[in-house]
Design a protein around this ligand. Structure first.
Ligand SMILES: [Mn+2]
Length: 321
């Protein structure tokens, strides 16, 4: 954080000097991009700014408890309006955010502000506040508020807590650092609604989802060569459990939090007829390098990819066709 001190101050001057701001959370929004987006929205509104919050996909109902989430729009027409700046949150590049195709609609001269913690961020902004040592983008927003002497209220604290809890999987993964825990203590002191956070983030799986996860657990195999636990879910598993592919989300973090027998975990799932989604977690191996080989990305110890293909069971395991 110290290295970014000047940047936090500069961003404060920049944002307080502008009037109309478009904040962007990345597509298929997670708790971090929503936490960072709603917190910054709340703070800017209180500063009297005209703020619009955009995300290509509407958040899941579980996030409805977050302040301002209902004010979020998914209407791309918003990009035809005039803004002084576009602030993109938690996205290594505009494609990841899902907004690249809308960006050239903005009048020339609209500033792009990039706030993110992904390693390999493309530094695509006119102003970049990128800290790849931060657990989450929400942590960067918390640092920003602290460095600039801004007081936390319950809304800010709740939003930012969601972000840190999301990206550290409740302090269980490698992104967790003393600083993330210290900030969370401050969020609690500022009135963060922690039981609502827990309910939205983790205590939210229905029986069908857990049945599907049970299938994945029963199939977990240890690959000795790579010291990796691997499991998979086919489309028919989801049909049988009565879920869709979205029910796989969270499984990798759940395994990562409790699986002690392997250094690395891989979950493969059939996201679509001809699309396989892979999620890696590791305590040591740079899985982002592996994910990148198949067009994916993420973080060193937590990464993922999408690849065309179908998971087919064989006598000895699975193959991808
Ligand atoms: Mn994040």
């Amino acid at each position: 954080m110290t290295a970014n001190f000047q940047k936090h101050v500069k961003l404060f001057d920049l944002l307080t000097g502008l009037d109309r701001l478009l904040l962007v959370c990345h597509q298929r929004p997670d708790g971090d991009t929503l936490g960072a987006g709603t917190a910054l929205f709340h703070w800017l509104k209180n500063k009297g700014k005209k703020v619009t919050l955009f995300c290509l996909d509407l958040p899941k109902p579980a996030f409805a408890f977050l302040d301002h989430v209902s004010e979020l729009t998914n209407d791309p027409k918003i990009f035809d309006n005039n803004f002084d700046a576009l602030v993109i949150l938690d996205s290594g590049n505009p494609i990841y955010a899902g907004i690249q195709k809308f960006m050239d609609r903005l009048p020339p001269g609209t500033r792009v502000i990039n706030i993110d913690h992904h390693k390999g961020n493309a530094l695509y902004g006119d102003f970049n506040l990128v800290d790849d040592t931060a657990s989450s983008t929400s942590e960067i927003i918390a640092d920003f508020l602290k460095v600039n002497g801004q007081k936390l209220d319950a809304a800010l604290a709740t939003s930012l807590m969601v972000g840190i809890m999301n990206d550290t999987s409740y302090f269980t993964n490698a992104a967790t650092e003393a600083h993330s825990v210290e900030l969370t203590a401050e969020f609690l002191a500022a009135g963060a609604r922690s039981s609502e956070v827990a309910k939205a983030m983790f205590k939210n799986k229905d029986a069908q989802t857990l049945n599907l996860w049970g299938t994945a657990l029963a199939r977990l195999q240890h690959n000795e060569k790579y010291n990796m636990a691997v499991t998979y879910l086919k489309q028919e598993d989801m049909t049988k459990a009565g879920t869709d592919a979205g029910a796989v989300e969270g499984l990798i973090n759940f395994l990562n939090a409790i699986c002690g027998g392997a250094e690395t975990i891989l979950v493969l799932s059939q996201a679509d007829e001809n699309l396989i989604k892979g999620s890696f977690r590791s305590v040591r191996t740079d899985v982002m390098r592996v994910a990148k080989l198949v067009g994916g990305g993420g973080h060193r110890l937590a990464s993922g990819f999408n690849m065309p293909g179908k998971i087919v069971e064989t006598e000895t395991g699975i193959k991808i066709i």
